[in-house]
Design a protein around this ligand. Sequence first.
Ligand code: FCB
Length: 448
Amino acid sequence: MSEATDGAFPDGFTWGVATSSYQIEGAVREDGRGESIWDRFSHTPGRTVNGETGDIACDHYHRYRDDVALMRELNLGAYRFSVSWPRVLPDGRGRVNEAGLDFYDRLVDELLAAGIKPWVTLYCWDLPQALEDQGGWPGRSTVDAFTELVEAVTRRLGDRVRDYITVNEPFIMAYLGYGLGLHAPGRRDMTDALAAGHHALLAHGRALEVVRANVPGARAGITLSLAPTYPLDADREADHEAARRDDVLFNRWFLDPLFGRGYPDDLARITGGTMPQIRDGDLALIAAPGDFLGVNYYTPTYSSADPAISDSLPHPDPGVERTALNWPVEPGALTDLLARIQRDYAPRSILIAENGAAFDGDRVIDGRVADPRRTAYLAGHLRAVHDAIAVGSPVEGYFAWSALDNFEWAEGYGKRFGIVHVDYETQGRTIKDSGRYLARVATSNRLD
Ligand code: FCB
């Protein structure tokens, strides 16, 4: 039987789980770590649900051995984690904190000993506060500072880590962090958001160069949050126009320049900001091909000409299943998204770098967590990936979000995405049924 019909994934397909530093590590004041914008933001009253912070999180900094053992038990071949910039460069640039690098050194060794391939994300949102104080991502000098981080990390880990993700979801970082003020650093200025986005793309381009220079055989790429946009009412021309605008905002803002098309013409009008100064050479640096495109997919967007309706995450099917974050569950949209990426951009390879769901009601009962809805979510989306591969999408791997329940940014700890449950009182871990499901698929390399 062919791969398309028997549920098999291509040979060598990567099966993994993903996390990020601020969401799991805790130990925010240990071993010389500096302050990040997420420390500052989460400690500012009113910014996160219940004022929750990443101070302790999953205490992964101390429990990483146990966490790696769980991944091994689940037979996962890969682990995507991010490096905390202020752990490595407490002031954002200049002095390297060797003790911070030591942590990642130990983690990488532990993973390799367990037969798990480390995938290092170089930036997932925890900018050193010292750099924010000097202008943050809207300032171009942050790109140079990031290059120092990439140098330090690849010099230390490059003998053992070959796979790198440069920047995670620049859209969320720029738009929610600098445009809407919903994420750290909590600024609200669309011109800043556009500048932050541009500098994140430059940071990606520079990181590709540094990684390739320092790591023999390196593979590197960016990960984007992507969502197909559909008209809420397919018979309404104004909703089609709204979907086109949302596509520019959510997808083309970053995809177009990365694939050599420059920024969409109407980006500034759609975001309501002013475009940053684009210097000679910037667009070429941004468009240097990565080895893969990382796709983070959770839910599609249904756009309405009425912004109030669009903001309520509408769906044409009133009965559509929704996650704890009110996100409609629609696996078929992932197949659409992958087909569209291939048609319009044709990356040489694709990694599903994040996919998963928060649902309420996870309970540990007799050492087990029954989470059928999360299992069904994963199964549906893996089927969607399989369908896309069958029609030619070059997907090389799938990382579930997330290895553990964790600090879900402004949402705090209430929204649980883990395939492993975390009891935040005791820090006890319990593999959920969805984790056992993923383990079965990873082991057989085919759909259940
Ligand atoms: C993505 C982030 C990740 C996690 C998931 C749920 O936007 O990359 O850190 O919070 O959403």
